[in-house]
Design a protein around this ligand. Structure first.
Ligand SMILES: [Zn+2]
Length: 273
């Protein structure tokens, strides 16, 4: 059976390791990586920008999440780990290869989330490269590879060595440190805000959008499942609709990570003396 023919009707279970490495040195490594910035760009946007990104991706992110964006004429970024496709873990059934291919065909960005949903901080450069190659092979079989490719670190976990590798292999990498991207932005670890019902109130979501408007910044949301009864790492369809509508009302341009990065790069090049 080809990847694109995979069905999620009787998904095989898969075990996903729990979280990133604990302990003093792994924490120190992650802390230092925040300040290691091998790839940056100065943003000179004249419009605030918002991106909605989805990790892993549960099948309801591909249906409900993409559907809400498309209902507003917008597209998002889906960070896919190929080995998860068409499988299940606990309450989640992950989108099949066919569903991922359909997302790409409808104009959404398919980004790299490693192939096996690896904690990249555990990988040496060769191991990380093997994960990236497997992910690229998987994506290449599903859809044409775009010019710009972006990446999201599973668990948001990355150390000094891995951030250097990722910054060479991808145009941009997304982490999970909340905050707005503005000024000189770190393309090796873009900031992102969890769009989880359990983390932020509606008012706090509006405050993030208002800050993006005030600074002409780039606000990236991330989530996993999108459902009426979303998990603690997911977004209710109500909140998803709310955030998309508030961003549009505030005058933000909504686009995938790669599209937004392309605009930032072109404006940055044009602003150079
Ligand atoms: Zn993930």
């Amino acid at each position: 059976m080809s990847i694109a023919e995979q069905s999620s009707e009787s998904p095989e279970p898969i075990v996903i390791a729990h979280g990133s490495r604990r302990g003093f040195f792994p924490r120190l490594d992650r802390f230092l990586a925040r300040y290691h910035r091998p790839s940056t760009v100065k943003m000179t946007l004249d419009h605030p920008r918002v991106t909605f990104s989805f990790d892993d991706i549960p099948d309801n992110a591909a249906t409900n999440g993409a559907g809400i964006l498309e209902a507003h004429g917008k597209r998002g970024t889906f960070y896919v780990a190929g080995e998860l496709c068409g499988r299940r873990f606990r309450h989640d059934v992950f989108a099949s290869g066919a569903a991922v291919a359909e997302l790409a065909a409808r104009g959404h960005e398919i980004g790299c989330h490693t192939y096996s949903h690896a904690d990249v901080q555990l990988l040496n450069p060769a191991g990380y490269d093997a994960e990236i190659a497997a992910s690229r092979d998987f994506r290449g079989k599903l859809c044409a590879l775009p010019e710009i490719e972006t990446h999201a670190y599973p668990y948001g976990s990355v150390g000094l060595v891995q951030k250097t590798v990722a910054s060479r292999r991808f145009s941009a990498c997304r982490g999970v440190r909340p905050g707005l991207n503005h000024g000189v932005i770190d393309l090796g670890q873009l900031r992102a805000v969890p769009l989880y019902d359990s983390d932020y109130s509606d008012e706090q979501i509006v405050t993030f959008i208002d800050e993006a408007v005030a600074r002409s910044g780039w606000l990236i949301f991330y989530t996993h499942d999108v459902a009426d009864d979303a998990s603690y790492q997911g977004t209710s369809t109500r909140l998803m609709n709310f955030a998309v509508e508030k961003a549009i009302e505030a005058g933000c341009e909504i686009a995938p990570v790669a599209t937004t990065l392309d605009i930032i790069r072109r404006k940055s090049d044009a602003a150079r003396p």
